[in-house]
Write a protein that binds this ligand. Structure first.
Ligand code: ADP
Length: 402
């Protein structure tokens, strides 16, 4: 590792069976290489590395995360860029759950690793993989600071009124039952870009960010601070998603235990993997749902309407919670690419003076304003860039080290 080449952050998103990475210039967001090692621990692992010379894929056995990180290094060595010719200022790790312990990106120490481990019960599907990523990256890049960037951190500014569930004291105090929120890196990035695009100081702007991917969440951002968000203790709450229902009646588990004998595990699987768009139509992919809806399929029509209804529910709630509204921003797969969903939401806000520019909505590509100049609220499409946000936050933390 050199300290003279261009400054870069290696952004790592390690899951239980995959390792995504990107080499990012923290100042510009330009990425020199992006890659994915998948099927870790399964018979045929797959590697994809994209850099200046193209996309390189191959299959190889990847029994564990140690091997996955070695595969990453080999990909850089073989296809470039040469990691010895960049100044690697940090490895930035996406960590899903930081609980109430982390409200900022944090340099990884043994105490941080312990804290992330203690949070595993709150994110059993995500934090263990994130931890493995941190541990192997520490061994692979021992001289480079490792920085954890938490999906929950941005929402730590939520007031207690928004983060508190009205449940028994013991649940709240002993078991950390509260609303945490997720997708924070994306909501932070998009809300900042909105202020840039409006040409106004972040502190002045009130924005609702709609992050609509396979997972989906809405956030009310007041002056750059999250004041409410639709995901809660877990990423199940809130909007209707690809495979998750979002809000349901808390009485549902008892009802299903009585009428269908459902166990907690059955219930959890159904709400994590078999609900949302897939529960309503059989497909978790909004593109399929839209195609079928346009061809007259009643299930797809209902699913689309349920998705839009829930979005309106949150937009209305967050406008009231913010008490004013400058911008609504759409991001992630559906938000960036579905004029149909955007139009269905924005057209229903006409009574509040929100005016869609239909042509701009249809042709939006990349960052775009899709409301008319006389609209009461500016509506935008802002492609999210979580890797850049992680790189930026990680390098800022390292720059501030004594
Ligand atoms: P993830 O949350 O896994 O990162 P993405 O942000 O990529 O997911 O979003 C995936 C969702 O975006 C899927 O439901 C997919 O159908 C939807 N999507 C992608 N392109 C389009 C499109 N052109 N029109 C409608 N939906 C789209």
């Amino acid at each position: 590792m050199t300290t003279s080449g261009p400054r870069r952050v290696l952004v790592v998103n390690a899951g239980s069976s995959s390792l995504k990475y990107q080499l990012v210039d923290p100042d510009t967001g330009v990425s020199d290489a992006t890659g994915l090692v998948e099927r870790i621990g399964l018979p045929a692992g797959r590697v994809r590395h994209t850099c200046a010379s193209g996309t390189h894929t191959h299959e190889t056995t990847v029994p564990d995360h140690v091997r996955a990180m070695a595969v990453l290094r080999e990909a850089f060595a073989q296809h470039g860029p040469d990691l010895s010719e960049v100044e690697l200022v940090a490895v930035g790790h996406r960590v899903v759950h930081g609980g109430a312990d982390f409200s900022e990106p944090t340099v990884v120490t043994p105490a941080v690793v312990d804290a992330v481990r203690r949070l595993v019960p709150l994110a059993p599907l995500h934090n263990p993989g994130n931890l493995q990523g941190i541990e192997v990256a520490q061994r692979t890049f021992p001289d480079v600071p490792q920085v954890a960037v938490f999906d929950t951190a941005f929402h730590q500014t939520m007031p207690a009124a928004a983060s508190t569930y009205a449940v028994p004291r013991a649940w709240r105090e002993q078991y950390r039952v509260r609303r945490y929120g997720f997708h924070g890196t994306s909501h932070a990035y998009v809300s900042r870009r909105v202020a840039d695009l409006l040409g106004r100081p972040l502190e002045e702007v009130a924005t609702i960010v709609l992050h609509l991917g396979n997972g989906a969440s809405a956030t009310a951002v007041d002056g750059g601070r999250s004041v409410d968000t639709s995901m809660g203790l877990t990423p199940l709450e809130g909007l209707v998603m690809g495979t998750r229902p979002g809000d349901v009646d808390p009485g549902l588990p008892r009802h299903l235990a009585e009428v269908a004998g459902l166990s907690v595990e059955d219930y959890d699987r159904a709400l994590s993997k078999e609900s949302g768009l897939v529960g309503l139509t059989g497909s978790a992919d909004m593109r399929d749902v839209e195609e079928r809806f346009e061809a007259g399929d009643p299930d797809a029509r209902l699913a689309f309407d349920v998705v839009v209804h829930r979005l309106l529910h949150y937009v209305g709630a967050y406008a009231a919670i913010l008490g004013r509204l400058d911008a609504i921003a759409f991001t992630a797969g559906i938000g960036e690419h579905s004029p149909l969903v955007r139009a269905a939401v924005v057209e229903r806000l006409a009574g509040f003076g929100v005016r869609l520019d239909a042509a701009a909505n249809e042709s939006a590509h990349g960052e775009a304003v899709i409301s008319t100049p006389d609209s009461s609220v500016t509506v935008l499409v802002v492609p999210t860039n979580e890797e850049w946000e992680i790189a930026r936050q990680a390098s800022a933390v390292v720059d501030a080290l004594p």
